[in-house]
Design a protein around this ligand. Structure first.
Ligand SMILES: [Zn+2]
Length: 300
């Protein structure tokens, strides 16, 4: 279904279910079970649109809506709220993947202007070589990666930098421990050497269950990262172990984002099998019928 057909249907679905969503939020809030959303973007630019690019106006509209309705917090604060036994605040953290140069033009200055932060995951070989990402070359549109100088500016502006491998390797595709270590540890070392920072967080390239592995998770934990992000498209429930940080794809636009973050009833439970284990990593889902009430901010 094309986005142009899908958006009105999704908007209508959200409206039809808005009372149900409001009641659900009220119940979650009163029981301290408000889940935390972690968003990920890739590239904010008006030129060369594609499925992993959002235009500047839409990005600003998303930030407007997020700031009106949520605490927009750092990844660390989001993790704190996930690991806390209870959370009563609507909470969103923002992240970016890959490292596109054009984010310097609008996205990062716009975040800074609003007093917001984000975690910016970088695949370091592309920065080192100044070469385009394979997925952009395959799409016929080689786009420039960030430079080291740009990343330094981001750090100075309060943006947190995270590791995202060196070559954007699908870490679910190999059981070669030395290769996986070189990707994870190597990208972190690159960023330490260039920026003088220690990355606390790692994001899996592609980030879906088949792109993750026990081998990689064990290495991430051995290396002492505070947590790792996937693109599982799921909420993070308070009281979780909170090392595995599940993210929601924000690129598809505001209608989709609003539908997600106003508690689409279809998206509350993540029933997928994890291809790895971390202590208590599978969140305890809320017993939906038992909640009592308050109200969702003007989100619905
Ligand atoms: Zn990526």
């Amino acid at each position: 279904m094309s986005t142009r057909i899908k958006e009105p249907a999704l908007w209508l679905y959200q409206k039809v279910t808005s009372r149900q969503r409001t009641r659900l939020f009220d119940r979650l809030q009163s029981s301290g079970r408000v889940p935390v959303a972690i968003l990920f973007y890739h590239r904010i630019a008006d030129a060369a649109p594609n499925d992993w690019t959002m235009n500047c106006k839409d990005f600003a509209l998303q930030l407007d809506w997020l700031q009106d309705n949520f605490d927009v917090v750092s990844l660390q604060e989001a993790q704190n709220r996930i690991q806390s036994p209870t959370n009563t605040r609507p909470t969103v953290a923002i992240s970016f993947d890959d490292g596109y140069s054009e984010n310097t033009d609008f996205a990062i200055p716009e975040l800074v202007r609003r007093g917001l932060t984000a975690t910016y995951f970088v695949a370091t070989d592309f920065v080192r070589k100044g070469t385009a990402f394979p997925h952009d070359i395959a799409a016929g549109c080689p786009l420039p990666p960030n430079t080291i100088e740009q990343l330094r500016q981001y750090v100075d502006a309060g943006i947190q930098i995270g590791a995202h491998t060196r070559t954007h390797l699908d870490l679910g595709s190999t059981q070669d421990k030395a290769a996986v270590r070189a990707e994870i540890e190597g990208s972190r070392r690159d960023l330490r050497d260039w920026l003088g920072i220690e990355c606390d967080y790692f994001a899996f390239p592609f980030g879906l269950p088949p792109n993750t592995s026990q081998l990689a998770v064990d290495l991430i934990q051995e290396l002492g990262f505070r947590g790792f992000c996937t693109a599982y498209g799921a909420w993070n429930w308070p009281g979780s172990e909170g090392t595995h940080l599940k993210r929601i794809h924000a690129d598809p636009g505001l209608v989709s984002l609003r539908n997600w973050l106003t508690l689409d009833p279809r998206k509350l439970e993540d029933k997928r099998e994890l291809p790895f284990s971390t202590a208590n990593s599978i969140p305890r889902l809320p017993p939906l019928p038992t909640y009592a009430c308050s109200s969702l901010p003007s989100a619905v």
